[in-house]
Design a protein around this ligand. Structure first.
Ligand code: AP5
Length: 220
């Protein structure tokens, strides 16, 4: 393991496969997965005031205002599990302002992974996606078919429509370059247009090399 807990950011267009890869990364490296989208969806289900405000932005595929997002993510990152085991931040930062805010708080990743997938492929990934609310497993009707005994309880996300996807994509294309600009020194671009296992093999290589690189120096 690394001399210090590994800190990883993962970015990419909507439905590029961030959540899918995060599940695999967590299984192997034991990092704490912090998904801005999941935190917001939990807030929405809780029925809190913040959740009610966030909900309409999310349904339409627009970014939720920073005042609802920035503190929420910073708080989650500062908790003991993430500090101790390392973290995997998914879906944040999504704008230059969000990158700036986290930088000001002294938070920087060791690795910034950007998953690349073409827009055409994303439409098919979004429309076929299904989620298991009991296990949080992400399925796809064609690319990762669910087993028969869970099919009846699967749900579709309310923002997985073509209209909402178009907004989410436009926002992504508008902001991604500015965000990546903050993390040029630790940027790793991964071709996401391969099988889930092939994509993970590459990410695994990057993170393993990183953790193995670190330990000899610390043992010296
Ligand atoms: P968020 O939840 O982050 O959604 P997103 O970025 O649109 O990403 P997704 O979760 O849709 O996709 P993913 O990349 O995880 O893909 P997945 O692995 O599921 O954000 C939702 C909303 O919350 C935002 O629109 C915004 O409103 C708000 N929000 C979030 N963060 C915010 C922030 N920082 N600031 C402000 N607002 C914020 O894969 C997709 C499908 O493809 C699955 O079915 C999967 O099985 C399949 N698949 C995955 N990989 C492959 C592969 N290699 N080959 C074939 N199929 C694959």
């Amino acid at each position: 393991t690394a001399g210090h807990p590994l800190k990883v950011m993962i970015a990419g267009a909507p439905a590029a496969g961030k959540g899918t890869q995060c599940q695999k990364i967590v299984d192997k490296f034991g990092l704490v997965h912090i998904s801005a989208g999941d935190l917001l969806r939990a807030e929405v289900s809780s029925g809190s005031e913040a959740g009610r405000k966030a909900e309409s932005f999310m349904k339409q595929g627009n970014l939720v205002p920073n005042e609802l997002v920035v503190e929420m993510v910073k708080n989650r990152l500062s908790q003991e599990d993430a500090q101790k085991s390392g973290w995997l931040l998914d879906g944040y930062p999504r704008s230059a302002e969000q990158a700036e805010a986290i930088q000001e708080a002294g938070i920087k990743p060791d690795v910034f992974i950007l998953i690349d997938v073409s827009d055409d492929e994303l439409v098919e990934r979004v429309t076929g996606r299904r989620l298991d609310p009991e296990t949080n497993t992400i399925y796809h009707m064609k690319f990762k078919p669910p087993p028969d005994d869970v099919v009846d309880r699967l749900i579709q996300r309310s923002d997985d429509t073509e209209d909402s996807l178009r907004n989410r994509l436009a926002t992504h294309h508008k902001n991604v370059e500015a965000v990546v600009g903050y993390y040029k020194d630790m940027l790793v671009e991964v071709n996401g247009q391969r099988t889930m296992d092939e994509v993970f093999a590459e990410i695994d290589g990057v993170l393993s090399a990183f953790t193995e690189d670190e330990s000899p120096a610390h043992q010296r």
